[in-house]
Design a protein around this ligand. Structure first.
Ligand SMILES: [Zn+2]
Length: 417
């Protein structure tokens, strides 16, 4: 299967200049074509005969009208602006299909990247020897980490906080996996990054929160400096570095989790959560944003393919946290504050997320979902106290106590999921 890999580059000063120029050309071509298409769309409102230019039309127009007056276009590889136009046209197609919003204009210094290609798919010409990679029109650039020694047809160079990266796609053989692998249910947590139905808990890195104090200070220091000054540039680059560092910590935690899940299990079940709906709840926003749910799903999708396992998305209406994972017959409201599930039917007491993950593991299309009983947490606790006499259990008592405290402080049943 084809996998992509992204590795840091160590360009010399000359190469950095070339990279920056290429990013500038890509951005200029993209923005020029974006303005052009927007103009055509306005014309089309009155005159339907005006044709929307294709990527090839755009490139022809660019060569005849833009490249001739902007000679600096010739300082970079011809594929750079050409690919920018293709990407813009795809972005517009996505907009016409109503899967995305209108493409925006690119801002200088934001998401800098460009595309290069050489040879054909059958005869790829971008070579690397594991230590250096030979880029078209730029030459040999040092690699910070070894790339798999292979020739590729194309690559993307991008920049994050003064660091340059190369991304390529390469063919890998699927690794051999153990024959008897179990099924696992995963509850994507708020307190923890994830809780697996086999009891394994992955802690949240909380990278954002630990970094947020420094972040605030750096943001303030940027806003205090005069626009256009060198000191401001320095502060901006410091802030970008911190952003990148936090993103890396988060990525690392999610990569470790998704690899563990895909490698050691034949079926992985996760809740198909609507991230946006969750982000609207501001009390959760920080934590959810912190663990990057979209990225989590994306990684699981390609890693399950790599390790020949299966990803199952559990219906988002399935009330995984409300059902008792022991008897399966009971269901009651669980406000987010309640961290322990207590079942009044069978007296089962379990950590909220673990209980939910066990329910997720058992989920299948058409599973029996009990009707929600109107038992409030208050009555749950009191029945628990009553039967608690027969089975004295210290964790049990703590759980009951917690529940009581929660019912007193929590008057917002809407937050239950
Ligand atoms: Zn039960």
């Amino acid at each position: 299967m084809l996998l992509s890999i992204k590795v840091e580059l160590i360009p010399n000063n000359k190469q950095v200049t070339q990279f920056r120029k290429a990013c500038g050309v890509a951005r200029h071509a993209y923005n020029w074509a974006n303005a052009l298409i927007k103009g055509v769309l306005v014309e089309r409102e009155t005159d339907k005969t005006v044709k929307l230019p294709s990527a090839i039309d755009l490139h022809k127009k660019l060569v005849s009208e833009v490249k001739s007056v902007n000679p600096w276009y010739y300082e970079t590889n011809k594929n750079v602006p050409q690919q920018a136009l293709k990407e813009l046209r795809t972005a517009w197609d996505r907009c016409f299909k109503k899967v995305a919003k209108q493409p925006r204009f690119k801002k200088k210094g934001c998401k800098d990247s460009f595309y290069l290609e050489s040879g054909s798919k059958a005869k790829p010409k971008i070579n690397n020897d594991g230590k250096k990679v030979k880029l078209p029109s730029i030459g040999w650039v040092r690699l910070a980490e070894p790339l798999p020694v292979t020739a590729t047809h194309n690559c993307v160079i991008s920049r994050t906080a003064e660091k340059w990266f190369i991304a390529i796609k390469y063919e890998v053989e699927k690794p051999i996996v153990k024959a008897d692998r179990s099924t696992v249910g995963v509850d994507i947590g708020i307190k923890e990054l994830a809780v697996c139905s086999n009891g394994k808990v992955f802690k949240n890195p909380k990278a954002y929160r630990t970094g947020s104090k420094r972040m605030k200070r750096l943001q303030r220091s940027v806003s205090k400096k005069a626009i256009g000054s060198n000191n401001r540039k320095k502060a901006v680059s410091q802030l970008a570095k911190l952003h990148a560092r936090i993103a890396n910590i988060r990525k690392d935690a999610i990569h470790k989790l998704t690899t563990y899940l895909a490698k050691n299990h034949s079926i992985i079940k996760i809740e198909d959560l609507h991230v946006k709906a969750f982000l609207k709840n501001h009390k959760l926003a920080g934590a959810i944003a912190d663990c990057g749910m979209y990225e989590f799903k994306r990684q699981l999708e390609y890693k399950t393919e790599k390790f020949s396992s299966q990803l199952v998305l559990v219906d988002r209406m399935f009330p995984s946290s409300q059902i008792c994972s022991n008897c399966g017959n009971h269901r009651h409201k669980m406000p987010l504050k309640e961290r322990v599930y207590v079942c009044p039917e069978c007296g089962h007491v379990e950590d909220r997320d673990l209980n939910a993950s066990k329910n997720i593991e058992r989920w299948f299309e058409g599973i029996f979902v009990p009707v929600r009983s109107e038992v409030t947490s208050q009555t749950v606790s009191s029945t628990e106290i009553a039967c608690g006499v027969d089975k004295p259990d210290s964790s049990h008592a703590v759980a009951t106590l917690k529940q009581e405290v929660n019912t007193k402080t929590n008057h917002c049943p809407d937050k239950s999921r």
